[in-house]
Design a protein around this ligand. Structure first.
Ligand code: ATP
Ligand code: MG
Length: 1055
């Protein structure tokens, strides 16, 4: 999983890669052009672009211009020149870090972050180790630069909870080491008094997973002595100023630096630029973060306090001139804090142990000796505690994971320094700077030029000052100053600092970089004291006072001093003075030899890594912001070799790689070289760069390497590679995914086929069983069918059951819905004839009952009437069927429509039924509309308010109707009186209704006659008439020629 910072980093990177290469190049050019147009104001960002690049003055002008604009960084190719601004600049924010993340040189203004980021990215892409060499004289800003780099990595590298832990420790190791190893000097208020090389270890994802610190020669003499204007190590002042009351009480300290002899020799315990109180808090917190336990911290402060107390121990001469303690109180504190019995401690500080044969004798010290022994002990305690602290920090930074790591080393060493009085420490520091300058020359000026020559690249050598001559003067075996010093330290007899000086004069007297009072010419002699020697260092002349060289080089602790310390109960002191340490019989290596060897080791470490350089320049001696001292800067530009470096850069090539390596990395960029190139690597590279379109002045082909002149050419290639890498990765990924998916698909297909086969087999078996079963069933069915008429037996029993079941089921579903449908009864199979009849009967009865129970009394009366009608007319009169569906009404003329007069006349008889009729005159057969009213007693023919004829039922002989579809009825009456009216010929639309009602009222079943052909009727008694009926095309009524009333009716239609 990526952390958020890593993601951000990758996103920023990917985004940048996506910007097309052309645009990228244009941006670089634009940036360069911008710097050119702004040349007058802010100088030039890269000295390589300077027209007068050989002029030191032009170079200086550029630095000055930029310095006054607060532009403290300038490039020479990939080397960064940094001028100390001596003020806080707003260029180290998180935003700035983000801006510089994943950006190549020259795309943004020069910055220490750009260098740090490029070192980091090169390490990630090439998976190799790097170091950043930060050099410059004391106060030039090396330590600050190294802190900025560390902070940049802390923010820009991917982080996780574990990594954050490492990050915090890496960051917080700085304030701790600075508190114990830095001090205010005349040159720098925070001067590193030890050399520091720090490896930051990165895992393959770029996470900072661990670190390791190598420390070089701490200036221990500062513990007991400081020059005027200088201070002891910061930690002493921090403890006294910032320590909590309880702590100070416990340590027996007072909150007053002036109280301690070791803190006041420089007479400047308080410095305005240093805040000891707040620094104390930082250090206190940092100590617990770097894994120091509370007891470790207690012991550590016990040691610091005991050193301060030790400094206050005073001796007086007793009567014999031997040293004796003047005040026992300080001694008691030392004894308490270091956990050493007071007596033992006193003895150790005032006596020397001498071994004589088998006896041990204690010889008392003189006062001077006692003071010397005290100071030596204080130095030894502090120096060893410092080493213990570095080890502790290393333990807390150690990465236990054994997988391969890449590292970036940060080298921040004490800078070259010159004081009015320079001693052994300055000699070592300046020698160290000589070595680093030598390394720089080796890696840049010398080896680079040699390489061009070796590779057969046309080259005009750039002359430079090689400081090897000074290095040799100092370190050459047998003849060098170090050898002479050691010789003098080790030789028997009375060796003193002066005998050492004489020895040097004797052995190296003629060396051009060495001079002493005795060797100097008249003019120089004036500037040298008798005990001085002067070295002409690469960075300038330094006059060393020889006093103390031998002592400091021997760094001797009297033997019983060590023994006393071994008795300590303080765990740190116990650890620092182990009982396994060889005693003084076998002399340990001298300080300077140890230092020399450690520098050789450091050089070896650095030579195995890829270098990056930061050259720090100090703008003035007064630590003033905005003040640019031309002479001072020019001097530094000169001795730092910047001009030579610029010349080599300008004429040379920014980048070189073996053909094999170059081809291996960039071969995906050309179709001819990808994926494999058959020819030699050089030919492959030639083909590749031709494809990439390198111009002839952009590169040179050496014997084994390609040389690329400008970084931008390489950056463009690298960017193209980054883009291509993603494409290739996508392609490989796609292929792999395809391959995997195909594999999966084939597996699935095989599985599916297998399942399908099994499934089909099972289905086929099931089908076969089903069919076999079906055959059996069908066979049985056919057999049953064939034997269906046989009496029940095994052959047909099932079939018959089936037939029964099937019939009954079908019957259930097809029962007649109404009684009228009873004929649609399902025809039964022969064996169920009887059952069917019984069922039909039951069912019909059931339906009938249901129907009967369901009808209303009115409806029942209606139906009874209808039954009567049916009995009268069914099958007799042609239009009867059409009347069946027409329900009967109680009456056809409502009471209001009958004249009141008529009603009054007949109401006593109870009107039963009335209907409109057409009456045909007896003479002439003219039709007249009349009302026919049936009462209980008689039938009346009414014309409005007039009763035209009353027919008593007793006189009603009968009623005739035809068998055809007409609606004619003839009421035959008994006619005795000739004045009486005769029979009535009527036409009534409700013929069946009216006649049925009449038959019911009259209660004579057979008074209605259905006749065929013609009906005779009495017009009046004795006079007869006829009505003829016949079927015709049309219904019509007319008087026929024979005087009969002809009634024609259509055959099918009824009115
Ligand atoms: N980039 C910077 N921004 C602001 N101030 C700076 C910067 N670099 C250096 N300084 C100032 O200069 C002072 C000295 O710098 P630094 O301690 O880094 O010098 P140095 O080269 O390590 O010296 P020495 O060799 O004595 O250790 C710092 O304390 C700080 O005040
Ligand atoms: Mg420093």
């Amino acid at each position: 999983m990526f952390s958020s910072v890593q993601k951000r980093y990758l996103e920023a990177r990917t985004l940048r890669i996506l910007v097309s290469l052309e645009e990228r190049c244009n941006r670089i050019l634009r940036n360069m052009e911008a710097s050119l147009t702004a040349r007058d104001r802010v100088g030039i960002q890269d000295f390589v672009l300077l027209d007068t690049y050989t002029s030191e003055t032009a170079c200086l002008d550029n630095l000055r211009k930029r310095f006054h604009e607060n532009l403290i960084y300038t490039y020479i190719g990939t080397l960064l020149v940094s001028v100390n601004p001596y003020k806080e600049l707003d260029i180290y924010s998180k935003k700035q870090m983000d801006t510089y993340m994943g950006v190549n040189f020259f795309e943004l203004p020069p910055h220490i972050y750009a260098l740090a980021d490029n070192a980091f990215r090169t390490m990630m892409s090439e998976f190799n180790n790097h170091f950043i060499l930060i050099s410059g004289e004391s106060g030039a800003g090396k330590t600050e630069a190294s802190k900025k780099i560390l902070q940049f990595y802390a923010v820009s590298c991917p982080s996780t909870k574990v990594l954050n832990n490492v990050r915090d420790r890496l960051l917080l190791s700085n304030p701790v080491l600075e508190a114990f190893g830095n001090a205010k000097t005349l040159k720098n208020d925070n001067s590193s008094r030890f050399g520091k090389y720090m490896d930051i270890q990165f895992d393959h994802q770029g996470g900072a997973v661990g670190g390791h610190i190598l420390s070089y020669l701490l200036e221990k003499s500062r513990v007991v002595h400081q020059n005027h204007g200088e201070r002891n190590f910061h930690i002493f002042y921090q403890l006294v100023e910032g320590g909590e009351e309880d702590l100070l009480r416990w340590l027996g300290l007072e909150r007053n630096c002036k109280h301690y002899r070791y803190l006041v020799q420089g007479n400047c315990a308080k410095v305005s630029s240093i805040n000891d109180k707040s620094d104390w808090k930082t250090v206190r917190k940092a100590l617990s973060v770097i894994d120091l336990s509370e007891s470790d911290i207690e012991n550590l402060f016990g040691i610091i306090a005991s050193v301060l107390h030790m400094g206050n121990i005073k001796f007086e001469a007793d009567a014999r001139g031997y040293a004796m303690l003047n005040n026992n109180q300080e001694m008691q504190w030392v004894s308490k804090l270091l956990g050493i019995p007071n007596q033992v401690l006193q003895q150790g500080l005032t006596h020397r142990k001498i071994e004589a044969k088998s006896e041990e004798v204690f010889s008392p010290f003189s006062v001077d000796h006692a003071v010397y022994a005290r100071d030596a002990l204080a130095k030894a305690i502090y120096g060893r505690t410092f080493s213990w602290l570095v080890n502790k920090i290393n333990e807390s930074l150690a990465n236990m994971d054994s997988s391969r790591k890449t590292v970036i080393g940060l080298l921040d060493i004490y800078g070259f320094e010159v004081f009015s009085v320079n001693s052994f420490e300055q000699f070592c520091i300046n020698y160290c700077n000589e070595k680093l300058q030598q390394l720089f020359i080796e890696l840049t000026l010398k080896s680079e030029q040699e390489e061009y020559e070796m590779e057969g690249i046309e080259w005009e050598p750039v002359p430079y000052f090689n400081n090897k001559i000074i290095c040799d003067l100092v370190e050459e075996k047998f003849r060098g100053i170090i050898s002479l010093l050691d010789e003098e330290c080790l030789r028997p007899g009375e060796a003193t600092d002066l005998t050492f000086l004489e020895k040097m004069e004797d052995k190296i007297g003629g060396h051009p970089h060495f001079v002493t009072h005795k060797l100097a010419d008249q003019k120089t002699r004036k500037t040298l004291k008798r005990g001085d020697f002067r070295l002409l260092h690469y960075a300038g002349e330094v006059t060393y006072c020889v006093v103390g060289f031998l002592d400091k080089n021997n760094d001797l602790l009297y033997r019983n001093g060590k023994e006393v310390m071994r008795q300590s109960k303080n765990a740190i002191i116990k650890h620092c003075f182990p009982s396994t340490e060889p005693d003084s019989k076998r002399r340990p290596e001298t300080v300077v030899t140890q230092f020399k060897n450690s520098l050789v080791g450091l050089t070896e470490i650095l030579m195995m890594k890829e270098p990056w350089y930061v050259r720090c320049i100090k703008p003035n001696e007064a630590k003033q912001p905005g003040h640019f001292d031309d002479v001072l800067v020019r001097h530094q530009v000169k001795y730092l070799g910047l001009m030579e470096h610029l010349r080599v850069r300008r004429a040379g090539f920014a980048y070189r790689r073996k053909y094999e390596i170059f081809l291996q990395r960039y071969k995906p960029l050309c179709p001819d070289t990808w994926p494999n190139w058959k020819g030699t690597a050089a030919e492959g590279v030639r083909c590749l760069i031709k494809h990439l379109g390198y111009k002839s002045d952009e590169y040179k082909m050496g014997r084994t390497k390609i040389f690329i002149r400008h970084p931008r050419t390489l950056f463009a290639t690298e960017d193209a590679f980054q883009v291509c890498k993603h494409k290739l990765a996508t392609r490989i990924q796609a292929k792999y995914k395809g391959y995997k998916v195909k594999g999966d698909y084939l597996k699935q297909r095989e599985a599916a086929t297998k399942i399908e086969t099994c499934w089909r087999g099972m289905m086929a078996r099931r089908e076969r069983q089903r069919r076999a079963w079906a055959v059996k069933v069908i066979k049985k069915f056919i057999k049953g069918f064939m034997n269906r008429h046989q009496p029940a037996c095994t052959d047909n029993s099932e079939y018959l059951t089936f037939v029964r079941h099937s019939y009954l089921t079908r019957l259930k579903e097809n029962l007649p819905k109404t009684i009228l449908e009873k004929d649609s009864w399902l025809t039964p199979p022969p064996i169920l004839q009887e059952v069917s009849q019984v069922l039909k009967k039951i069912y019909i009865r059931h339906m009938v009952r249901k129907y009967v129970r369901g009808i209303t009394p009115q409806r029942k009366a209606q139906l009874l009437l209808k039954a009567q009608t049916s009995a009268l007319f069914k099958g007799k009169k042609e239009n009867y069927p059409f009347s069946v569906c027409r329900p009967f009404a109680d009456t056809r003329i409502c009471a209001e429509d009958i004249s009141i007069k008529v009603l009054q006349m007949i109401q006593h008889e109870k009107v039963k039924y009335s209907v409109p009729v057409v009456k045909y005159d007896r003479n002439g057969f003219r039709p007249r509309l009349r009302q026919l009213i049936f009462t209980q007693e008689a039938a009346y023919l009414v014309e409005e308010a007039k009763i035209k004829q009353r027919i008593d039922y007793s006189s009603l002989k009968g009623v005739s109707v035809s068998n055809l579809s007409d609606n004619f009825l003839i009421l035959h009456v008994t006619c005795d009186d000739s004045k009486q009216k005769g029979d009535l010929v009527l036409q009534c639309d409700f013929l069946f209704e009216a006649l049925t009602k009449l038959s019911v009222i009259v209660n004579k079943q057979n008074c209605i006659h259905v006749v065929q052909g013609s009906v005779r009727f009495d017009i009046q008694p004795g006079r007869e008439g006829f009505v003829d009926f016949k079927s015709g095309q049309e219904s019509m009524v007319y008087r026929a020629k024979n005087g009969h009333l002809m009634v024609e009716s259509t055959k099918t239609k009824s009115r």
